[in-house]
Design a binder for this molecule. Structure first.
Ligand code: ZN
Ligand code: ZN
Length: 264
């Protein structure tokens, strides 16, 4: 009786040993992909289905994806003209910046379908640094030259974390947890948009774990699967789960890890 038991344990041991070995090999491959950037993984195309098709046109052309938006959101805001069906009285904004949503605007960026990390990161500048799923451009954590978002500016944000400026309506911060907010990422794993380097940005949580990721790099990014990637890990950003000012969470206050493409 002892001999068969030993054989069974030996076989079991061999199986466990073999399977853990192959797992290690897979992990090593993943790490190689991110470190030398020689083997970029394509952005899952189903993510682009989430963009607001009333404002955004996505064109796929070989190794490139072009995102073109008129910058108008599919949600309510006090920044709409009062005659617009999506106009609402301010919910969180204390004061409004001049101007309204609309006008003849266009934001276009062409990104690689398989973006790669650059050898060095890039600081973001004034103006659009990404395009959100609603079509509204994403701005960084500054308002004008050398002017970080401060209380007087934060007071002008609507519940979407946006206000109006010379280049139109744009997001700076994560949206507010209010009943009016039905489409935007708020402390969850929703897709936020695509950044100028072609990497996607998601909310504060990651669908790979359903929780706040703990393995983010300095830009709030990591290699993991998302609700769009069918289990495959790829490099993407998250809104970093950190207060920027008071209870405000910046959408993107860090460097881009890929090569920025200009948003014209
Ligand atoms: Zn602004
Ligand atoms: Zn993630």
């Amino acid at each position: 009786m002892k001999y068969p038991k030993f054989t069974l344990m030996f076989l079991l041991g061999t199986f466990i040993f073999t399977s853990s070995c192959s797992n290690d090999a897979e992990k090593t491959d993943d790490i190689d992909n991110t470190d030398d950037t020689s083997d970029a993984i394509s952005t899952p195309l189903s993510a682009f289905d989430e963009f607001n098709s009333d404002s955004v046109t996505i064109s796929f052309d070989g190794d490139d994806i072009t995102i073109d938006s008129n910058g108008t959101p599919n949600h309510t805001s006090p920044y709409w003209e009062e005659t617009n069906a999506l106009y609402i009285e301010p919910v969180v904004a204390v004061a409004l910046t001049p101007g309204r949503i609309g006008g003849d605007r266009s934001f276009t960026v062409t990104v690689p379908s398989a973006p790669e990390k650059a050898s060095s990161s890039s600081a973001t500048g004034l103006g659009p640094i990404g395009i959100s799923v609603t079509g509204v451009p994403i701005f960084n954590d500054t308002e004008g030259p050398n002017r970080p978002l401060e209380e007087q500016i934060v007071e002008t944000f609507d519940y979407a974390g946006a206000h109006n400026g010379p280049s139109g309506y744009h997001y700076h911060i994560e949206s507010s947890d209010v009943a009016e907010n039905t489409v935007l990422s708020q402390d969850d794993e929703k897709l936020v948009g695509v950044m100028a380097d072609g990497f996607l940005i998601y909310g504060r949580k990651c669908s790979s774990t359903g929780d706040y990721p703990t393995d983010l790099d300095v830009s709030g990014a990591h290699n993991a699967s998302t609700q769009h990637s069918d289990g495959e890990a790829f490099y993407h950003y998250h809104i970093i789960n950190e207060f920027y000012l008071g209870t405000v969470i910046a959408l993107f206050a860090v460097d881009l890890q890929g090569t920025p493409n200009s948003i014209m």
